[in-house]
Ligand binder design. Structure first.
Ligand code: AMP
Ligand code: ZN
Ligand code: FE
Ligand code: FE
Length: 279
């Protein structure tokens, strides 16, 4: 049986792993395919492909976009999009630039709470990657003032905590529509983290095609619930580990895996979308 992990980050966003490390680890853990899904970036896809060709690990092109609602943060995964399209690259570059502005704001709020880190401290951690809260968390850990990532998110930078700053101003429609126009399959990431199942119908209305039922943060009852929601809404069922290298302590890669047939379904769906939306 062939397996795929359909949600993996690289150091082009907030994983500590290079593309080489991701692919070598995937090989080691017996995976046939991995989807590279960095936040607002597709820069990890080509480097992963060149090493994947050598090690016979298929790389599925992916991305993870963030959508803001007043009372929730929603992550949308995109699969098999034409990631070289000029307008697509330009739009995600704008999103990455907005992330930099956001870090300056967040650092100001942290200072008011007695956590003295600078934006440059954060950028040193993020390096080439699209900068995000996990990098902020690492910079705070380096000060020794707060001991765990869990506490940092829980007290300061988690959704709607005092130093939280919304990441980007994508609406659900915009995120899903830009993926569709690029021929990508929009999939709701880790719905349990969003915690607002009532938003799912709206997302489906905008063209959502799948839901990440299997995820390292989903317990068996969450899996059952989202399997049911997938059936009711005729959504593809996907799954992935959301591995961030050592970014979250343990290397999660391959801990959630789905049969390779899901990759085939994503490719078929992408072809359908391309014939509907190609401009
Ligand atoms: P950002 O894209 O900057 O909003 O950051 C999102 C990243 O922060 C995700 O990849 C998550 O891994 C991480 N994250 C969000 N909430 C938490 C949390 N409560 N604990 C640990 N990591 C989190
Ligand atoms: Zn992340
Ligand atoms: Fe996510
Ligand atoms: Fe992720």
């Amino acid at each position: 049986m062939k397996y795929a992990d359909l949600h993996v980050h690289t150091y082009y966003s907030d994983s500590t792993f290079s593309p080489e490390e991701v692919v070598a680890c995937a090989k080691d853990r017996g995976l046939s395919a991995v989807a590279i899904c960095d936040h607002d970036s597709v820069d990890g896809i080509e480097p992963s492909r060149s090493i994947g060709n050598k090690l016979e690990v298929e790389i599925v092109p992916g991305i993870e976009l963030t959508v803001e609602k007043a009372d929730a943060e929603i992550h949308i995964l995109g699969y098999c999009m034409d990631y070289d399209l000029g307008w697509f690259r330009k739009r995600i570059k704008e999103l990455r630039d907005a992330r930099i502005v956001r870090i300056h704001e967040m650092v100001g709020k942290l200072r008011a709470e007695g956590i003295g880190i600078s934006a440059d401290d954060v950028f040193k951690v993020s390096g080439r990657g699209s900068v995000g809260r996990l990098h902020v968390a690492k910079a705070i850990l380096n000060t020794g003032k707060v001991k765990t990532i869990r506490d940092i998110f829980g007290k300061y930078i988690g959704f709607n905590k005092p130093c939280y700053v919304p990441s980007v101003k994508l609406t659900p429609y915009e995120a899903i529509n830009m993926l569709l126009r690029a021929g990508g399959v929009p999939v709701l990431a880790h719905p349990r983290c969003m915690g607002k199942d009532e938003y799912i119908p709206e997302l489906v209305g905008h063209g959502l095609r799948g839901i990440e039922v299997y995820h390292t943060d989903h317990n068996p009852s969450a899996v059952r619930k989202y399997e049911q929601i997938a059936r009711e809404n005729n959504l593809l069922v996907t799954g992935g580990s959301d591995c961030h290298g050592l970014g979250k302590g343990r290397v999660l890669l391959g801990e959630v895996r789905v049969p390779y047939t899901i990759v085939e379904k994503l490719k078929e769906e992408s072809e359908k979308i391309k014939s509907e939306y190609r401009q």
